[in-house]
Ligand binder design. Structure first.
Ligand code: GLN
Length: 493
């Protein structure tokens, strides 16, 4: 059997039944990484020896029947999750030599379960981007077609799951960075409600928008991963003291009742949007019909402030980033420019050589928009717009359980196609930014392929803390789509 083809849920079952060992499973993934990752470049750091040592420890736990569904499961982590003793670069030269002294809370949970960390994945520098081309190291390639981007900023995590380099991965999503690469790589990506998962040990980009979430092969695996990572954490004051359900109950809910009793809202402003690719539109129409046939009621809803989402996000996120990234000054962390004239020159040289162009652009925009005299006109205004967007969503969820939309206006684009045109790149985020602005959960589930053979996902959003509805509906779509089980064929380069 090809162990690398197993979903997390199946691998966990086989480990539990002692039909396979974590060492065998981890070896299978390490072999694939060795053969194919020189083509895809999905990992910044992969430590095979450390992974095998963790797998051996997991096998001991399983032998003594002291295990959970995550024991011995090889997982990849976006390289902005702090891992004690393991380099954490954030895709940036400024953190090239940064080795955290502590684990992020989600990493600690993984370690407590004796999960296996197979490596740290590539990303747009400090999670700023939609293609993984803003990594200071290398671009990651899409496993379905190596001339295309995997999406971003968690492109390394999505490519690694799609290429079967790990059972599952964690990413982060500030404006779509889990959902959009999941869509482009044909895997499942779930952004939880803001506050559902602790952000402790996640290197911050825009703190009021950032959330950690799973990237997996199946919706069931996403539900399992939520069981691992969700919950209040005293170390993150923004994590919510909300009761945590068993997320797999969303699967059972679908098996019992289909989508009966569920109201699915179609935001009318989304469908009038110019520039939606016909293949994306066809996938969307198909899923809408499918959900109706599964018992859901379809309703048109309005999100009247949709036109302002991109502009407001691209003020708020850079403002928060300019403040968060001030700490990288060459004194406390990572890279420091040498041979500088004085302290001020050291700061200047460190930041202008340590940060890449997109990060510098956002720090400059954010600093400008927060400065005296401009604050009210930019940050203040954008915050007011954000409140209106939140109100749009709250109103929509008074009558709907789920909002259905595309994830991105087009399938994955070609490497280099948009990199010199930041505004065009920003506009591709139109469907994903709102869930972060409104602090609601969202999921991307594979739902079809373009004529060129690139995967296309469908997005669903739900009310705050209602991930169960996303899991139920996402699982329903996944189960009923009858998409041929296809895996990408990765060429040698
Ligand atoms: N593409 C968006 C940005 O560049 C979102 C990134 C993210 O979710 N981290 O900011």
């Amino acid at each position: 059997m090809d162990l690398h083809t197993l979903s997390l849920a199946r691998a966990a079952r086989m480990l539990d039944e002692k039909k396979i060992s974590s060492t065998e499973l981890t070896r299978a993934y390490l072999d694939r990484i060795k053969t194919h990752d020189s083509t895809l470049n999905s990992f910044i750091t992969a430590d095979a020896d450390a992974a095998l040592a963790q797998a051996a420890a997991a096998d001991d736990q399983i032998a003594s029947n002291n295990h959970t569904p995550f024991t011995g499961i090889p997982m990849a982590l976006k390289d902005l999750l702090c891992t004690q003793g393991m380099r954490t670069t954030c895709g940036s030269k400024i953190l090239d030599n940064f080795v955290p002294r502590y684990d992020a809370t989600v990493v600690e949970k993984l370690r407590q379960s004796h999960g296996v960390i197979i490596g740290k994945t590539n990303m747009d520098e400090f999670a700023m981007g939609s293609s993984t081309e803003n990594s200071a190291y290398f671009p990651t390639r899409n496993p379905w077609h190596v001339d295309y981007v995997p999406g971003g900023s968690s492109g390394g995590s999505a490519a690694a799951v799609a290429a079967q380099f790990c059972s599952a991965a964690l990413g982060s999503d500030t404006g779509g960075s889990i959902r959009q690469p999941a869509s482009h790589c044909g895997v499942v990506g779930l952004k939880p409600t803001y506050g559902r998962v602790s952000r402790y040990g996640l290197v911050s980009y825009a703190s009021s928008l950032d959330q950690i979430g799973p990237i997996t092969r199946t919706v069931e695996d996403a539900a399992l991963m939520m069981n691992l990572i969700a919950g209040h954490d005293p170390k993150d004051s923004t994590s919510a003291p909300e009761p945590v359900p068993d997320f797999t109950s969303g699967l059972t809910a679908f098996d019992k009742n289909g989508l009966k009793g569920m109201t699915v809202g179609i935001p009318k402003e989304y469908l009038d949007m110019p520039g939606i690719d016909p293949d994306v539109r066809a996938v969307f129409d198909n899923v809408r019909t499918l959900m109706e046939s599964l018992g859901a009621t379809i309703q048109s809803v309005s999100l009247p402030h949709t036109d302002y989402v991109v502009a407001a996000y691209y003020i708020i996120a850079p403002c928060e980033a300019s403040s968060n990234l001030a700490r990288f000054d060459g004194v406390k962390y990572g890279f420091r420019a040498r041979d500088t004239a004085d302290l001020l020159d050291m700061y200047k040289q460190t930041k202008s050589t340590g940060f890449g162009p997109e990060v510098q652009r956002r720090i400059i925009i954010g600093t400008y928009a927060l400065s005296a005299g401009y604050y009210d006109a930019y940050y203040g205004k954008a915050s007011q717009v954000r409140a209106l967007i939140m109100a749009d969503f709250a109103k929509a969820f008074e009558t709907c359980d789920i909002l259905l939309s595309p994830v991105a206006p087009t399938p994955a684009f070609r490497i280099k196609e948009k990199i010199d045109d930041p505004l065009t790149m920003y506009l591709t985020d139109i469907f994903t930014l709102s869930a972060n602005m409104a602090a609601v959960p969202g999921i991307s589930v594979p739902a079809g392929f373009s004529a060129a053979g690139l995967p296309i996902g469908i997005q669903m959003m739900a009310g705050r803390f209602d991930e169960l509805s996303l899991i139920r509906a996402g699982y329903g779509v996944e189960k009923s789509m009858n998409l041929e089980p296809r895996f990408p064929d990765i060429p040698d380069m």
